[in-house]
Every structure is written in structure tokens, then in C-alpha cells.
Design a protein. Structure first.
Lengths: 142, 142
């Protein structure tokens, strides 16, 4: 554990699933309802610092979350990324993308589109969050 | 195969490793020597469209490339991402990041830094490309 690492604080964020090795949180991003993160609990910097078994455990969790997001949020495309330049503690971003979202087709880290986002589509997606949380929990129970 | 998909053309890019299921290419990006892509040969959109066995094969390849990049390029941080908004054909970006690179600590898709990049560091990294290619080939032979 690093004394300066925000991801070492297991209580940060809206935790949907928590296991001994990792946790799944719902990211609070107004433009991206359904954006989730899977965070490895131990303070590890890179995937290739993990054992093969731990890599597999981590990625299996990522795919369970991706499957839940796709089933409930019906995105046009999934974006999956492990960056960690700011916080070098392993975590995967899982972002459901839509042709009418704030950055499409660019990555969400690029400049936002100048045209107005479809508020109706965004409202529909926000309404699906409770079902997403239940589906993620269900995917980790099976 | 999609008739309009550039990644269905197996001859595109500087191919370092090619297997029946996937290929590893070196990305031609002046700011990011060592940037590699692992591309699934079949035209598949999302990781959760693959079988468990294929997911595992794909990710094992990604980790072999990450291990080679880390060993040779000595990055400050690895960035690993599967986006595909423009080209919805599964591929992983593996990008070695440095504190003096063109976008650090932001993702490479964000606006570039306004301060000048360290040309000396970039030249050193470019000189390591032949060794990187050999190490990737070696990691897939073992």
C-alpha cells in the first residue's frame, strides 16, 4: 500500500462488488452512465507484475462487468482501458460508448464534440443504472 | 470479414509476429516509439464475443508484448486499451509512456502538452526498436 494512493482506499467510490482481490465501482460521470472500474485491491502498477493466476482472475472480472454493461446498457461499442498514468495502481476502465455520446467516435479523453449531446438518450441510459448494478452483482454470484 | 474494415487486411502495418489467430504490429507514431498493437485476425467486435479460450489466447499475447515493451523500452507506465470506435474489429493498443512524452500524464488521445518534448529521450527510445522487435519475437517463441 502506498500512503499517497487514492485507490488504496477501498472505501472510495460506489462499490458494486467487492472480493478479496478486487472491487467493481460505478464511476460518477454525468456524460457516461454505466462507466465502471475494476480495481485490483493490492497496490500493483502493471498487469505483467501480477502472477498468471491473478491476471486471469482480474480479466475474468473485467469480462463479467463488460458482459453486464453490454446486456443492460446496449452500447454501440465497449471501450476497455488500463492507463494509470496519474494513479499507478492497477484499474480497468469499462466505458459503454454510443454514437450520440459526448466524444464519439473519439476516446473519452479527447476533446468533447462541439455539437449537443442527445439528452433523451442520456436519460434513458441513466435510468438503467439500478439494473446494471443488479446484473453485475448477479454475474459475480454465478 | 467486413469489406470495409481496414484491420481485416492482414498485410497492413509492420507485422512483428503473426499466428493463426492474431498478429502483433509496430505502430508508426513519431511520438511513441514502441507503441504496438495486437490485432485479432477474425472480424470480431468485442472481447465478450470471443470464447473463453480465445479471450485467454488474446490476453496472453497482449501480456507477452507488454513484457517485451517493459523489458526493452523501460517505460514509466504502460497504457493498454481496446477502444475500436472507429474500427470495430478487436485490437489492443500497448503504449509505453514516459514522464517526458508528448501527453504525459494524460492519455495519448488527449490534447498534447504545450511544453517541448525531450528530443534526446525520444531518440534513445527510437534506437531500441530493433531490440524490441527481437524480444517480442522471442517471447512468442518460448
Amino acid at each position: 500500500m502506498s500512503v499517497t494512493c487514492e485507490l488504496c482506499d477501498a472505501n472510495a467510490g460506489d462499490v458494486i462488488v467487492s472480493t478479496e482481490q478486487l472491487r467493481v465501482i460505478l464511476v460518477d460521470d454525468a456524460n457516461y452512465p454505466g462507466f465502471c472500474r475494476v480495481i485490483w485491491n493490492a497496490h500493483v502498477k502493471e498487469m505483467t507484475d501480477l502472477s498468471d493466476s491473478d491476471k486471469n482472475t482480474f480479466m475474468q472480472a473485467v469480462w463479467k462487468v463488460e458482459a453486464a454493461i453490454r446486456a443492460v446498457m446496449q452500447p454501440h461499442k465497449m471501450n476497455v482501458a488500463s492507463l494509470g498514468n496519474m494513479v499507478p495502481h492497477l484499474h480497468w476502465h469499462l466505458i459503454p460508448r454510443y454514437t450520440d455520446d459526448a466524444h464519439f467516435p473519439n476516446p473519452i479523453w479527447a476533446a468533447a464534440r462541439s455539437d449537443k449531446q442527445d439528452q433523451f438518450g442520456l436519460d434513458i441510459r441513466r435510468a438503467r443504472i439500478p439494473q446494471l448494478q443488479q446484473t453485475i452483482i448477479s454475474n459475480f454470484s454465478s
